[in-house]
Ligand binder design. Sequence first.
Ligand code: RNT
Ligand code: ZN
Length: 412
Amino acid sequence: MSRYESAKEIYASYGVDTEAALEKMNSIPLSVHCWQGDDVIGFDSTGSLSGGIQTTGNYPGRARTPEELMADIDKAFSLIPGVKKLNLHACYAIFDGNSADRDSIRPEHFRKWVEFAKERGIGLDFNPTYFSHPMVKDGLTLTSPDETVRRFWVEHGRRCIEISQYFAEETGIPCLMNIWIPDGFKDIPADRLSPRMRYKKSLDEILSIPYDKSKVYISVESKVFGIGLESYTAGSAEFTMGYTMKNGLVPLMDNGHYHPTELVSDKISSLLCFNDKVALHVTRGVRWDSDHVILLDDETKEIMREIVRNDALDRVFIATDYFDASINRISAWVTGTRNVRKALLGALLEPSAKKKALQENGDFTALMALGEEEKTLPFGDVWEEYLSRNSMKNSYIADIKEYEEKVLVNRK
Ligand code: RNT
Ligand code: ZN
């Protein structure tokens, strides 16, 4: 009997169907962020990363051009199993001598990305870029008291909705457009309300343009603080939840955007009570929103369990969001995204019906015992089977090292 056959029997004895889990894995899309490949720099400016986020490290081989980034994405995708979408930021516009500022970018500036997606049969997600730009004034964009600045960024948001709809129409796959602004203050503000009221007004203005709600989903991402913005963030959790729920948008939770003892795994079910759709940025914060590569850690596992247990796979948009420049960037992509998929498979293999019944019956003794017993079930054998059905292997580092030696080291 193969290791998988044996694992299948063991899981069956817990009432878990490994074949159903493997089948289900094929239908879960993961939106992979493009910005791991070039340290969140993009192609529309030469300035440095701003907005209270930071990439650390200087490992060789950063993608510097659209061609390099596309080649690296292809390499990473060849090692990432399952259905993928590519998550782009507005700063990844490809101008080819036909440049435009962020308030006037158009679908044509993303034509090459659409071709890239169509050739690979994948969908595209999108993000307006409210950072790393000279029109960010005193750290503010959509909340700026300077009307010229605020209007500029409202126009940017509108252009991005048009581009998102173009993505959806061209690929035939709906596009999630996520709005995140860094706006906030380093020190204690004298007025917390005015910037938030301007953020609300700006969002209303962006959303006033017509778009097809069956093709474009719009999410707003909350945050607790950024570097140099420690005392106040306009787009806080309460602001964002309030706005998205009132306006039928999608709330987006990034698990690096909460105080360190708060857990997104505990928040998902609350949002599912009140929202048809919920979106996630999966990351790993170490002490702060450090955007380390996702590991197969307890919280990643618990987040995926909450989605699967609550039968919410078709209600939760799952995307990755991290950037590590201290290690091979392609390995960072593969390791982090594979860990999301591992956690999803683990969630599909949870003897959830049994555990829920124990909870409802108040048998917390048996629930704890089963929960611990479960941890040593042969998950790895099912993971290997999943990879082999996708023509992949568990070990991928040799492949990445080869690409590093052939391609990345030549980028000087
Ligand atoms: C920043 C947010 C945001 C960005 C990306 C690049 O804290 O998490 O999602 O990481 O848009
Ligand atoms: Zn994020």
